[in-house]
Structure formats: C-alpha cells, structure tokens
Design a protein around this ligand. Structure first.
Ligand code: TRP
Length: 340
C-alpha cells in the first residue's frame, strides 16, 4: 500500500462511522481491515460519529447513544489497537461543530442537494420535503471532521466519495480565501475488495435494513443469514448449471474463505452443475462461523468492561480536542476572528 507522501512523512488518516448500530461484515471488508493494517505506521484517528448519527435519528436518540460503546467494542474486537489508533467521540470535539458553522457559509444548498449519496439517502429514508437541515448539511460536518484533523487520507467505502469531493471543494475555498494552504486536501483510500453485497443481493448492506451480518452476530444469526442468502434464482435443481456472478454466497466465499484454490474448484463445479446451494452455503457458514467466533468473543469481553471503553474514548477525545482546536484557530484567523 503506497500511502507515503513525497517527503516520506506518514500521512494523517481520519475515518469515522456513524454510531447508529453495530458494525457488520461490510465494514470489516471495506474499511476495518485497512485501518488495522495502517495503524502500525500512520497517525490514525477514528471518529465515532454520534452527531452525524443524530442527523436522521433525532426522534430516536437512543439509537445513537446506545450504540456508541458497541462501535468501540467492534473496533477493538477486530484488532484496532487504541495505543496505535486514536478513537474519539465526535460530540466531545466542539471545534468540529464550530468549523461546520464557518464552512456552511461556503457551500450552497443546491450543491448539497446534488450530493449523490445524500440524494439516495433522502430517497431511501422517505424524507421527501421534510429533510432535517442537519441531514442535508452533514457533508459539511464531515468536511469539518476530516479537515479538523488535517487528514490527507480517508479509508472509506465508495459511497463516501462524494463527501470527500465536497470536503476538497471546501478546502480549496478556504485556502483561496486565506491566500495560502491552511487546510490539506484529502484523498480516499478505497479497499481492493469490492463492496460486499447485502445478504439479499439487492442493496448496500445496511445497519437498519436487516440484510447485514453484524460482527457480533450469534451463531444462530449467522446460520439464519446464510440460509436466506441470495444465490442464483435459476439454479433450481442440484444438477442444473449455476451462475457465480451476483451469487452472494460466492462473493462472500471470495471475501472470507482462507483457501481460494478450493473456492475456485467450487465455482467450477457449480458452473458445471451438480453442486447444490445447500452445500455451498454449508461451506460458507462454516467459514463465517470460524471468522466471527473470536471477534464475537472479544467483543463480548470488551462490552463487559464498559468503563474501559469509556476510558479509551475519554483519552482519545482529549488528544483530538487539542488537534481540532488548532485547526479551528487557523480557520478563524482567516475570517479575522481571533480578536482575543
Ligand atoms: N459518513 C460516514 C458513514 O456514514 C461516517 C463519517 C463521519 C466519516 N465522519 C467521517 C467517514 C469522516 C470518514 C471521515 O459511515
């Protein structure tokens, strides 16, 4: 992975997750694995985005508050190490909210309405004309998250690319106002693994749509999810030739099975005919059970010691408050607002 800048200084990395539910296998393949790899030799911060979580959950704030520690436990369970990665809580960093206010003056409503991710979220959530202002403007707050840490590299899924584009537009506006480069532009770090489909093969995996396998899923939940998984609808009899493309069972085998030579053989057999979905699902179930068992166990242990999780967030937020305040100071300076 080439993530070094020209001057060989490690890049600053910032990522975040909305605290609206436990993390799932899509997060694991799409971004968590990269974060684990990057933490050894980068300055990496992970932001638990509780305020962004509220932008479409203000009527049900418990959905956010009750998931903050779950998300932290998910991080630790997969191997994010708080001695290498700073884990902080968005609502504990007031500088980010202040930056959002300043940046809001540099972004038009029509630009926000054109953001493709926001657009499709508005549709999926059925907001129609009742879009919360906080929701429409969350890309601005995300720009504050990223620039608040001076991050140049953001490991995300491809649905987040429009946010980074908007962030860089804001960065350029701020820098042009300042007449010098006060903020750094950022670039995405996309995972090589293609996006993991939902278990029903229809949509993006979603914490709320019940088509994802959570990192803390029980044995029974994993088993039920695999049983319902979308395969090839035309593969009716075992002896029928089957299709691999769009067959979610094989996409997951590609992502998780440790013996890819064996997966290749399974695919050939499936294409020829003579291999039933029951069998491929059994192979996948075993593999997922094996992958998730240790993660689930560690997750449970971490959740048994909530004080430790809170302590990690307190320490991480303290470090992050210092960093984000410095950026805020520099941005306020551009507007001539550091009078005293
Ligand atoms: N929008 C991201 C998501 O839905 C969460 C997020 C908040 C984020 N702030 C961020 C991601 C900053 C990357 C950088 O998952």
């Amino acid at each position: 992975m080439n993530t070094k800048q020209h001057n060989d200084k490690p890049e600053i990395i910032l990522t975040g997750d909305r605290a609206t539910g436990s993390l799932h296998l899509g997060h694991y393949v799409g971004s968590l694995k990269q974060r684990i790899a990057l933490q050894a030799d980068h300055e990496q911060t992970i932001l638990v985005a509780d305020m962004q979580g509220l932008t479409d959950n203000a009527h049900n704030p418990k959905k956010v508050s009750s998931n903050i520690l779950n998300v932290v436990a998910d991080y630790l369970a997969v191997g994010i190490d708080p001695s290498k990665t700073t884990i902080c809580l968005q609502s504990q960093l007031p500088a980010l909210a202040e930056l959002t206010m300043y940046y809001s003056n540099l972004v038009t409503i029509s630009r926000l309405e054109r953001n493709p991710t926001v657009k499709s979220e508005i549709q999926n959530k059925g907001f129609e004309r009742s879009i919360p202002a906080g929701f429409l403007t969350y890309p601005i707050s995300q720009a504050a998250d990223i620039t608040g840490f001076n991050a140049s590299l953001v490991p995300v899924g491809d649905d987040q690319l429009p946010m980074l584009e908007q962030t860089n537009e804001i960065v350029r506006k701020v820098n042009s106002l300042a007449g010098r480069n006060v903020l750094s532009e950022c670039r995405p770090l996309l995972s090589n693994a293609s996006r993991l489909p939902s278990t029903d093969g229809k949509n993006k995996m979603s914490k709320s749509m019940g088509n994802a396998i959570n990192l803390g899923a029980t044995e029974k939940e994993i088993s039920a999810a695999v049983k319902l998984m979308y395969t090839d609808p035309n593969h009716l009899k075992v002896e029928d030739p089957g299709k691999i493309e769009g067959n979610v069972v094989f996409t997951y085998l590609d992502a998780f099975h440790s013996d890819q030579e064996y997966v290749k053989q399974l695919k050939e057999h499936y294409r020829r005919g003579g291999l039933g979905d029951g069998t491929t699902k059994k192979v996948l179930e075993e593999c997922l059970q094996e992958t998730l068992r240790p993660i689930r166990d560690r997750r449970r242990q971490f959740l048994n010691d909530k004080a430790q999780l809170v302590d990690i967030l307190v320490k991480g937020s303290q470090v992050s408050r210092a960093k984000t305040s410095e950026v805020l100071f520099n941005v306020k300076d551009i507007f001539g607002l550091n009078l005293f």
